[in-house]
Every structure is written in C-alpha cells, then in structure tokens.
Design a protein around this ligand. Structure first.
Ligand code: ZN
Ligand code: ZN
Length: 154
C-alpha cells in the first residue's frame, strides 16, 4: 500500500505515503460535514512523517471546535483543498483526507464514526463497524497499528 500518491485540486501540493495508514475512519460528524460541504469525510490515520511532500506546501488553519481543543486543518494555500487534519495539535498524527489520493477508492473505511449525525439517506455497509460517536481503539485497531500509535506517544 506504500507509494500511494495524492494532491490538491490545483496540483501545487503533491504527496506520497511511505506506508499504509494505521486505520481509516469515515466520519459523519457535523463538523466534518460542514467543513467538507459533504456527507462525510474519510480520514486515514497515519504518522505525519509518513506523508512525504513532493511539491508545494501545506498551511495550517485553526478550526473552531466545541471541545476547545485545537483542530488544525492543513491546506493548499493556493486552492484551499484540505490535505489533512491535526486534532489536538499533536504534530505527529495526521488525519489524511483519503479522497485526495489519486486513487480515491484506495483506502476504504475500517469504521464509521459519529453515525448519530449521519445524513438519513446515507446507507452504511453491514460488514463495517459503525458507532454512534467514537470507539475503543484497543478493540478495533489491529495490533500492528496499535504499536505504531504507541510509538508516536499519542
Ligand atoms: Zn492546490
Ligand atoms: Zn468528523
């Protein structure tokens, strides 16, 4: 799965993933819906240093949050495409927008989260876990991914 490439809408930002992600969340929360202007957002959780920027730059914008914890969205400064989110300003963990990959179907969701605010006409696949809010990562993530996350210290 390594070698996946993606970029922004205008083409200034190009990136390559140096490994597959730890886990893929499909988020149906109202913040994601508003910020994307869409039904949901597919976030691939990956170490930030495994996103190799090939061209351009990403610039953080602070998003308002209910929790008061920082949520930084990294975008192409030219076209505004969001490439990833950093929840909690942790620096090391990126929530990469999986549909910015050239192969937008490459990373399928491992879980659907915040289904309490899922749009009523979106139907979820029966074979993928779905939770009203969030989930216990220890229970859903594969051991290898848990080890990677532990190594990040977040
Ligand atoms: Zn761009
Ligand atoms: Zn969300």
């Amino acid at each position: 799965m390594s070698g996946l490439e993606g970029g922004c809408a205008c083409g200034a930002v190009r990136y390559r993933l140096t490994s597959g992600p730890m886990f893929v969340n499909c988020c149906h929360c109202s913040d994601c819906q508003r910020q994307a202007g869409s039904a949901f957002v597919i976030n691939a959780l990956i170490e930030t240093d495994r996103i190799e920027i090939l061209s351009g730059e990403v610039v953080p914008t602070a998003m308002p949050t209910d929790s008061g914890r920082p949520h930084l969205v990294y975008r192409c400064p030219d076209c505004g495409t969001t490439i990833w989110s950093d929840y909690g300003d942790r620096k090391v963990l990126a929530f990469l927008r999986a549909t910015t990959l050239d192969d937008r179907a490459a990373l399928a969701p491992d879980v659907h989260i915040f289904t309490r605010s899922k749009l009523p006409w979106v139907r979820l696949p029966p074979d993928v876990p779905a939770v009203e809010v969030y989930y216990d990562m220890d229970k859903l993530w594969p051991a290898e991914s848990l080890a990677r996350r532990k190594a990040l210290g977040v």
